[in-house]
Write a protein that binds this ligand. Sequence first.
Ligand code: GLA
Length: 360
Amino acid sequence: MKAYYAPGRVNLIGEHTDYNDGFVLPIAIALGCRIETRELDVPELRLSSKQYADTRTVALADLAGLQPAKHWSDYPLGVARELLVLGVELKGMVLEIDATVPTGSGLSSSAALEVASALALLDGHELEKAELARLCQRAERNFVGMPCGIMDQYASVFGEQGAAMLLDCRAVTHERVPLPAGVSVVVVNSMVKHDLGASAYRDRVAQCQEALTHFPGKAALRDVTLGELERAAAGIPEVPLARARHNVLENWRVRQFHAAAAEADLARMGQLFVESHRSLRDDYEVSCEELDFLVDAALTLPGVQGARMTGGGFGGCTVNLVEKGAEEAFAKEMRARYQARYQLDPAVIVTTPCAGARSL
Ligand code: GLA
């Protein structure tokens, strides 16, 4: 038996910027996906999951012609297909999946599953780390059909204990960003996932592309400055303009957050969180009532420096910067208020930056 592990992530700031070649600042978290493998003497993949009752068996010979099944197994199978494209020789094996990242929560359960699957299927074959992240992203784009950026897979691969990462999504490289000692990262799960998520994500990607057509010569929204945006604004329809404005300002906020973290300026870090949330709510329109409620409630509590939605949106989690020592009271109060309003018990997770994917 061999075992592999890949973590989920929480993004601190830089939302919906990755597929526009921009900047993001995530951490890997202590929740993840573990896969145990056993070799088989038949050429097939047998997939099972502790979280789902149904299993799936696919012959290696059928992988190349496979169609997605809208099933959890699409993630590992999409990865297997990309490995075939790279020329990796796959072996017949049993993969037993056990994940602690809640699905649909915006904490990258998909990326954790993809990256752990890639390590399991590689079975010791070397693959450069950035290439591993890219391969898993291709699996999600090509087979699962989500036109995602690189953030989630990259964070799962490159997570580092004790430090966040400032990821340049064009260069696909990062700089480590230690967080100030006085602050805790606290995730609050709204426990809702609105159906719109996937189609709204595709719409956002398309609207950003549309906005980009108003900036001839620019390769991505990341290359547009605020001045250029202001000069072109009158000629851009309202929706793509708002999406572009979010991107230009969000990239700027990521850099500001990086600088504020270096100076341990918690108040500034928190302020940038709030600005990011408002921009995602108003200009990018990917928040929802429950997330707005959680953010607004958090900002009234002692020791809270900042709060924002995190991940793709339309449900999932908020991420909060809470002063050390105030976490417990924060969690208690947030649960009470959310339960009173929505009759749902939100999971509250105090997390620190964790190490990335590995063989166990
Ligand atoms: C999802 C995608 C990421 C990123 C975020 C939004 O998590 O998988 O690539 O676009 O949404 O920041």
